[in-house]
Design a protein around this ligand. Structure first.
Ligand SMILES: *[C@@H]1O[C@H](CO)[C@@H](O)[C@H](O)[C@H]1NC(C)=O
Ligand SMILES: *[C@@H]1O[C@H](CO)[C@@H](O)[C@H](O)[C@H]1NC(C)=O
Length: 456
């Protein structure tokens, strides 16, 4: 080994040693998340009307890898007590879940509240609170009422008012007990991936116009819902309203690409009471070279407005989903970027997690490693970069319907047996690891979990 290499190894070992002794600050909260369409099932019972995902999975099953749907999913609509039980078993401070708009408001409008739907969410909220777990509600996690989609969905400017009225219903019904709200999950995914691919919930393929109409209305809808809370409910309920952004870290390919990387990050973001931060993966970014074609427009491969190409580093491992390359340093770099760009906003990591193939079962050592390596970077962001991060959310509490992947990729801390009518939930090794992190405030992987590598 060359002497300089020894120094590098020593430095790496030293910094790893430091990070592993860092602690999350007091008051830091740990949670896990799911979303309505991915877990609830009961798609056509108890007064619920169809969402865009019901329509997409039923009418165009070829767009889902295994042709499946969320018709039953984890049956959380009936098995909600199990979900609360496992959230409690893990020692979570909070559980982030979403409301199905067409379950609560079957006409899409406030003229009719579905009492069964309301009871379901009341039970879930109250059950969590009984166990000392804070409910965090996402108002919109992609299952738009089909009726609204028929009237243009996110490309119709009227949706801004429709969403405001929906938000008002949620504040009125649940605001006494729910203090942290996420209005909309991942505008980038809804609008850019949504309209660029056409295989997503809108079912519309129009990257040129659809994406921009959608982005404008999503941002306006969020702003309306925030303003409504601020004006009419904040004084009484003393809660907070944020939004969750999906951020890819875009690593500049060379020094010349630093500016374009920063512009590309700006593409995704804005903050309100707190900044909800979803992170999974990274790409390298560079300017298109003279004579090179941008290729077919794709949010994972290029950014037309910036004339930029996105690429994968050969050194990055890949998780089970086709888009998912692992680069733990990306989360820290992005967290620092948000702080530098937007000032010292409070950041809640509202999603972070890893996907495996169904065959890997419950000995998910690679998921443990993903969590450990990302939590380490979060600790470094808190202690070295002084980013104000107050919470971390594992995606996901349980295996569920993974959108276009159907049930072929798994994100759960708990494995769900989809052949069992009761959809039994069983903890994976990663559930035990995460529980240990929460209990001990130590991210290192206990020996008993490391031995799992031998079994893999
Ligand atoms: C609900 O959908 C299931 C298929 O998932 C179907 O078998 C059942 O008949 C439907 N129920 C109603 C009330 O339409
Ligand atoms: C982080 O933000 C919260 C909410 O604004 C604030 O109460 C807290 O003091 C901040 N913490 C640090 C370390 O700046």
């Amino acid at each position: 080994m060359a002497p300089w290499a020894a120094v590098v190894v020593w430095l790496l070992a030293e910094s790893a040693w430091c990070a592993s002794h860092l602690k999350f600050p007091s008051g830091f909260k740990f949670g896990a998340a799911t979303s309505a369409y991915q877990v609830e099932g009961a798609w056509n019972t108890s007064g619920k009307t169809p969402s865009t995902w019901d329509t997409l999975t039923h009418n165009r099953p070829q767009l889902i890898t295994d042709g499946s749907s969320g018709d039953v999913a984890c049956d959380s609509y009936h098995q909600w007590k199990d979900d609360i039980q496992i959230a409690s078993e893990l020692g979570l401070d909070f559980y982030r879940f979403s409301i199905s708009w067409p379950r609560l408001m079957p006409t899409s409008f406030p003229d009719e509240i579905n009492e069964d739907g309301r009871r379901y969410y009341d039970n879930l909220i109250n059950g969590l609170l009984d166990k000392g777990i804070e409910p965090i509600i996402t108002m919109y996690h992609w299952d738009l009422p089909q009726r609204l989609q028929d009237h243009g969905g996110w490309s119709n400017p009227l949706i801004v008012e429709w969403f405001e009225e929906y938000a008002r219903v949620l504040y009125k019904l649940f605001g006494d007990r729910v203090k942290n709200w996420v209005t909309i999950n991942e505008p980038f995914t809804i609008c850019t991936i949504g309209y660029a691919i056409g295989a997503f919930s809108s079912g519309v393929h129009d990257p040129e116009v659809g994406t921009y109409l959608c982005i404008k209305n999503v941002v306006m809808a969020h702003a309306k819902a925030w303003r409504l809370y601020d004006k009419e409910y904040r004084k009484q309920f003393k809660g907070r309203v944020g939004i969750s952004h999906q951020l890819f870290y875009l690593h500049p390919t060379s020094e010349e690409d630093e500016e374009i990387a920063s512009l590309a990050h700006e593409h995704y973001v804005r903050a309100y009471d707190f900044y909800g931060f979803n992170y999974y993966t990274s790409r390298k970014i560079r300017r298109r070279r003279d004579g090179e074609s941008l290729g077919q427009l794709s949010p994972m491969r290029n950014i037309k407005e910036l004339d930029a190409i996105l690429e994968v580093d050969r050194g990055w491992d890949r998780a089970a989903c086709f888009w998912f390359y692992v680069y733990p340093e990306g989360i820290r770099k992005l967290l620092s970027w948000v702080k530098n760009q937007y000032g010292d906003v409070e950041i809640v990591i509202t999603e972070n997690g890893y996907s495996t193939k169904p065959e890997s079962g419950s000995n998910d050592y690679d998921r443990i490693k993903y969590y450990r390596d990302h939590l380490e970077q979060v600790l470094l962001a808190i202690h070295e970069d002084k980013v104000n991060i107050t919470g971390y959310t594992a995606w996901s509490l349980i295996d569920n319907f993974e959108w276009n992947d159907g049930y072929t990729t798994k994100f759960g801390l708990y494995e769900v047996n989809f052949d069992d009518p009761n959809r039994q939930r069983t903890p994976r090794a990663s559930a035990k690891y995460y529980k240990n992190v929460i209990q001990t405030n130590n991210i290192e992987i206990p020996k008993k979990f490391s031995t799992i590598t031998d079994e893999l």
